[in-house]
Ligand binder design. Sequence first.
Ligand code: 4AD
Ligand code: MG
Length: 484
Amino acid sequence: MFSKRIKIKELLAQEPQGQEVIVMGWVRTFRNNQFIALNDGSTNNNLQVVVELGKFDDELLKRITTSASLKVTGVIEASLGKGQKMDLKAATIEILGDSDAEKYPLQPKKHSLEFLREKAHLRFRTNTFGSVFRVRHALAFAVHKFFNDKGFLYMHTPIITASDAEGAGEMFKVTTLPVDGSASRDDAGKIDFKEDFFGRATNLTVSGQLEGELGATAFGDIYTFGPTFRAENSNTARHLAEFWMIEPEMAFYDLEDNANLAEEFIQYLIKYVIDNNKEDLEFLAQRLAEEEKLLPQDKRSEMGLIEKLEFVLNNSFERLTYTEAIDILKNSNQNKKKKFQYEITGWGMDLQSEHERYLVEKHFKKPVILTNYPAAIKSFYMRQNDGCETGKETVAAMDILAPGIGEIVGGSQREERLDKLEARMKEMHIPTDEMWWYLDTRRFGTVPHAGFGLGFERMVQFVTGMTNIRDVIAFPRTPGSAEF
Ligand code: 4AD
Ligand code: MG
């Protein structure tokens, strides 16, 4: 019977008063054959279990090794030692699972994040990953709370699709056809997908947006929160091949409404974690400060992690257009001194992350919402702005850029006018016939609507201060790597 166990977080919140308890967890350390630091994952704080000398068999004590799992019963008393308010005086100790100290890959010392990535199956048992994943959980919960409280409907959009929502061609194929070249081919020599499982070519979704729009044009406000997949060969600290995205989609919203919601949402998530995960945030702030001590002065953050989060919470985001941003970048000393890897060539160019980071970290020193990008560098579904100069057509797009991260949100008002949307799709070689269902929303009761996508891992990075995106998802999928 395991159900009587108390979690260590709950226990540590109580006052020591001789209560009899049952705890279970994993051994972090065992000092002097007397003090076990026991952790059960509910908090980074260990429970000190005191093992009275002579009370237990030597054979049993030998098995209390790092990461062995234990069931301990006993009485809680005020601690005589420093560093903890209570001890559990052990009455019985049961080894639930042995852990061979010689073979256990994690030693009770500091390991590098790179090393821990190779041991991702065990890294949850460290303080850093304990904190990161509890914060990740809290953020996921807060996402649902935010939208539920606002009356949004949570919609599950398909993982397997036949369309490319972003039109960027970065898709993983899904097929049951043989991959050894023996799949049957049509008269033109192309693989005959009629023979495939779905009778057509399919892929893993890059975004739930298009289906989200179908929901929004019936329910008004919806959001998705699920895994998305991109076969882009980007080996960076901010890209994953499999990442989670939150995509709200709202009928009767324009670009400004959209930006307002996104800003409120990000601030809500930050506040939720500050209010509910103080202990983990303090640990992560400390960790980040130590990591930054190793960096040259000019690479260190001006603010600590919690200070930074409070700053973002208490200051509104800077809003400007793409055109204004190009002017700022063009006139920056950084550009004049040719310190950007990619020079600012002028209106129409796509912004590189170094440019985005300059705007956010050096120029404005706060999150930035960039709007109204050139149509040529954005997706087909974005609303075409009226009254643009020929050659300088823009769309009602918005990207939110965050300090240390760069782009954290991408969104837009959608093109709700059938003729304009169809024309744009043809220009961009998006198959209008295959997307008849998408176009139907514009045929039957079309409405102004807008939405955005928040990259969940980038948000977790921002809140936890982890520099590499591989350290905020349990088992990262990146080019050349799909272990675990
Ligand atoms: O800007 P993106 O590509 O926008 C969309 O997919 C739209 N359909 C969203 C919408 O309007 N409903 O992606 C949105 C966000 C990015 O801002 C970024 O935070 C994240 O998703 N993202 C990634 N995160 C991790 N790894 C990747 N490879 C990512 N690609 C995008
Ligand atoms: Mg984007």
